[in-house]
Design a protein around this ligand. Sequence first.
Ligand code: 8DG
Ligand code: MN
Ligand code: MN
Length: 404
Amino acid sequence: QISEAEVALFSVSSYACQRRTTLDNHNSNLTDALSLLAENAELNNEDGRGVAFRRAAALMKALPTQVISMSQLRGLPCLGEHSLRVIKDVLENGVSSEVESTKQSKRYKALKILTGIFGVGAKTADRWIREGIYNLEQLRHSGQTLNRAQKSGLEHYDDLNEPVTKAEADAIGEIVQKAVDSVLTGSQVALTGGFRRGKLTGHDVDFLITHPEEGKEVGLMPKVVAWLESQGFLLYQKTTRNSYLESKDGPARPASNMDRFERCFSIFKLTKGKEQESTQPEEQNDLKTKDVLRPHMQADTDQQLCELSKNYQMEAASHKIWRAVRVDLVVSPISQFAFAVLGWTGSKLFERELRRWAGHEKNMSLSSHALFDNTQNKYLRATSEEEIFAYLGLEYIPPSERNA
Ligand code: 8DG
Ligand code: MN
Ligand code: MN
């Protein structure tokens, strides 16, 4: 037993953008529990509750040591009644009963599986569940109409749910750089998202593209995409043009946290590492069932056919020399580049907290395009992230410490 007096109290700022959050987390038992409840809330379109759990999880992530007693949490911000209940449960029982029952619920499992399909959000998954669709098998046989993204997402489901490694991110970075160099010399590519924060894996790879001469970047995305397509690097792409200049409601106040850059959501076809490449010739990738079902193997019953088909799939998967990877490409004019880099580096909660800080504490509006000072009624120009933090009156936090 530790006495009250021996317990170290933490002093932590209330906005995540005032804190340094590295990847080394001393309270993953607590943050895992809170993050799962946050995710569940988001999957059920309960955004307020989702943010509350995210903020609580981020606070626990920022603590310098492991929490062992509730008394250590006295006076800490961001911890609501519900989050405290969950933390108490984990500290006392090793697990949270609410987390355990959520994990086991049929609805949560189905929401996870269905939203694991690229192009499927919480709303679509909810509609499918109400129609009795709980898994991929049922979805495939349901006759539901899928859009282009969802078809691609279903086709590459396993690959896209397999974490992307830093080595894969770098390999894709080289391809994107090559594409950009081929269509407009002098263009620059920056790795953003989780990999810029030092994460070792991610669910996708995020890139920001710009050109040092303002205006040269206009129309760049379609050219980059065309090049990638011509080289066979794209399994799927959807390009959206820049809508920043045409908007009436003012650039610093986008409708949501979606920005208006020219962007491309894509699925890359990435050739696997060299060892595999040299031992597996390309044609083997397109094995048909009949090629794998050796002639002497006769499938007499459906069950045998199913068995053989499973063997084929396993064999085909082991021969596969490429994998599908989600890639986000964004083009920014150089004048907005610092804001774009800051906005696309994340984490999502860090970004949300930066905007909340700007609005509530500084009467400013921050977006991935610009910073507007509502008091002075003017835009504040910046060419680096450091300058933006300075305008906001915040200590500079490097990307590796934005893992809130
Ligand atoms: P992960 O992929 O490694 O799992 O994590 P991540 O890299 O942190 O997450 P992400 O979902 O790829 O998002 C990366 C950053 O990009 C994050 O800060 C949120 C931001 N982002 C979007 N969409 C948009 C958008 O439409 N506008 C802006 N400004 N930022 C966006 O994901
Ligand atoms: Mn990412
Ligand atoms: Mn992304």
